[in-house]
Ligand binder design. Structure first.
Ligand SMILES: [Zn+2]
Length: 163
């Protein structure tokens, strides 16, 4: 797996100077290191991880942790299995999220199997921007709308509202 930290450091448990710098500057967090370590150890079982890139993890409300990776060769089943593996190792609820460069594509995957019917860009009174997403049926979504809103906000830095 491609990681922002040397694989050697992850396996040995201590950081080299350059990686220590990334941690102290806030470029990566201790949570990132914890998750990357588990993923690197999981490479033998989940061979598709070798072609994946680790991006970042965030703790969300409800004891849920979202882990974003960039992966070409991973299917829905792989995502499910990897989520349970990481959840078990870190004793937390975990959602593995596949990154997409395009925010609309990213959101499309998260609301699946519901479908997006419209996306409207609105400006809030404080000058920030919000995407208002309408889906065909919120009950069809795999996760609650507030979870998806939180994932997109914390991992992609984009404010969205699903309704
Ligand atoms: Zn290093």
């Amino acid at each position: 797996m491609i990681t922002p930290i040397c694989e050697f450091d992850l396996r040995s448990g201590s950081l080299c100077g350059r990686c220590e710098q990334k941690l102290s500057s806030g470029q990566i967090s201790t949570l990132d290191i914890e998750v990357m370590r588990v993923l690197v150890e999981g490479e033998k079982r989940f061979t598709f991880l070798r072609g994946c890139e680790y991006l970042r993890s965030r703790r969300l409300s409800g004891e849920l942790m979202a882990v974003m990776i960039k992966c070409a060769n991973i299917d829905e089943k792989g995502v499910q299995q990897l989520s349970s593996y990481v959840a078990e190792r870190l004793k937390s609820r975990v959602k593995i999220v596949r990154d997409e460069e395009n925010v609309n594509d990213f959101i499309t995957k998260l609301v699946h199997p519901a479908r997006i019917v419209s996306i409207r860009r609105v400006w809030l009174p404080d000058g920030s921007e919000e995407l208002r997403i309408s889906v065909d049926d919120v009950r069809k979504m795999g996760d609650a709308p507030n979870i998806v809103e939180e994932i997109v906000g914390s991992l992609k830095g984009v404010n969205i509202r699903i309704g």
